[in-house]
Design a binder for this molecule. Structure first.
Ligand code: BGC
Length: 413
């Protein structure tokens, strides 16, 4: 009896030792994103830490980024945050981020990361974030059954695309899965602009914001095409989120969706493979190019991070096997070169081949509207202008170009 009393007392009075909690802020809230997130959660089960998720809904991460800023200013940053592009360097410049050179060395990032991707993750020559994956944005997702039902063939250039969209619209069918969120809308402009002017023009206009490229006939043509699209689909944009759009595309409620391959992650989460009736083709006239963004994880120098050996988490979340599993669910391709991708879906294999080719011939381009090309201030200003132009037909393309030039002149880069 005594021994029982002793054991019960011991159990009740001892603090239960639990793993230190690590908070991660991100915007992976759709089903496909959630299944990719579960790969991170699985890794945490093997570590002496417990993951506290802080998911902030909103495609493209606008709300998540605002909340991250507010929290950092108020002095309670999360331990880990999802980030993209030049913002990583801004956070590092402000002194918020932990260095990653140790894991960079472990994974030989100087050799194993694609060159463009290396640069984005370094500040002052030191690595400051983990690149997880590469998403392609210039995709055209097509439900071939919808096209077949209306005796339409797959469009392969801008004119045939417009024709198909118009035919469907005239039959009373909403052709495009597109919600009213600015993020969903303005991504399409990049694809159009790349299609009109090619990689060199895209870089000059939307990465360097060079006045001669912004003021060129190519920009006028791209804006005219954007307006033609707005005239077809712009009046009745619904409130659907991108993932609702992908689900509806799968059901045949729309014929097309133009968005990044997070849509693929969503499709893969609904079944284990991509349905045969779904075609993934590059957005018309961008076949030789690749517009990308990269999901990265940055670690904040919070007190708890400094107190604990956080490097084991960094190592786990940058190991090649983990990166492959994550991309498998996310619809993307891994950010490191040394990872065989035979296990990935047909669209991911295409993405991989196209990325390798495009990065060799200089036509892999960072997305401006999805946070890869310019700093967040310019990104937001340009995106707002493009969105206003799309929804307000009284704004002329010349006026819009004037506004883009003004952004370039007035905002310190
Ligand atoms: C991110 C993706 C995410 C998508 C939709 C993009 O900015 O890179 O990881 O799935 O937004 O939320």
């Amino acid at each position: 009896m005594r021994i029982w009393v002793f054991l019960v007392t011991l159990f009740v009075t001892q603090p239960i030792l639990s793993n230190p909690s690590v908070e991660m802020l991100h915007w992976w809230t759709a089903e496909g994103e959630d299944s990719a997130l579960s790969v991170i959660e699985d890794r945490f089960r093997l570590l002496p830490f417990s993951l506290k998720n802080d998911p902030i809904a909103g495609g493209g991460g606008g709300p998540a980024k605002s909340i991250l800023q507010a929290r950092a200013i108020a002095g309670y940053s999360p331990d880990i945050a999802q980030m993209e592009g030049p913002a990583i360097q801004s956070w590092a410049a402000l002194g918020f981020l932990m260095g990653m050179n140790e894991v960079a060395k472990l994974n030989q990032w100087d050799q194993s990361l694609y060159r463009d991707i290396q640069a984005i993750h370094k500040y002052n020559g030191n690595y400051v974030a983990i690149p997880l994956n590469i998403h392609r944005l210039n995709w055209m997702w097509v439900n071939k059954e919808v096209l077949a039902k209306h005796q339409l063939s797959l469009p392969n250039d801008w004119d045939s695309l417009l024709l198909v969209l118009n035919v469907l619209k005239n039959k009373g069918i909403t052709p495009l899965a597109l919600g009213e969120e600015p993020w969903q809308v303005v991504q399409i402009f990049e694809n159009i602009a790349f299609g009109v002017g090619g990689a060199h023009y895209y870089r000059q206009a939307f990465v360097d914001l060079a006045p001669e490229a912004l003021n060129s006939p190519e920009t006028l043509e791209a804006l005219d095409r954007f307006r033609s699209l707005a005239n077809i689909v712009g009046n009745d944009l619904s409130k659907i989120s991108w993932d609702q759009g992908t689900k509806a595309l799968l059901k045949g409620e729309f014929a097309f969706q133009f968005t990044g391959d997070w849509a693929l992650g969503e499709m893969l989460s609904s079944g284990s493979s991509i349905p045969d009736y779904i075609q993934c083709s590059p957005f018309p006239s961008t076949e030789n190019g690749f517009i990308y963004n990269v999901d990265s994880l940055a670690f904040f120098s919070t007190r708890s991070n400094e107190d604990q050996n956080i490097t084991s988490i960094m190592a786990a979340l940058s190991a090649p096997k983990f990166l492959l599993e994550f991309s498998k669910k996310k619809g993307s391709i891994p950010a490191q070169t040394n990872i065989p991708i035979d296990d990935l879906s047909r669209c991911q294999q295409k993405s991989y081949d196209d990325y390798i080719r495009a990065s060799r011939n200089g036509s892999a381009m960072p997305s401006l509207t999805d946070s890869m090309a310019v700093n967040p201030v310019i990104q937001n200003a340009v995106s707002n202008e493009l969105y206003r132009y799309f929804i307000d037909s009284s704004i002329t393309s010349k006026t819009l170009i004037g506004h883009l030039n003004a952004i370039n002149n007035e905002i310190f880069r």
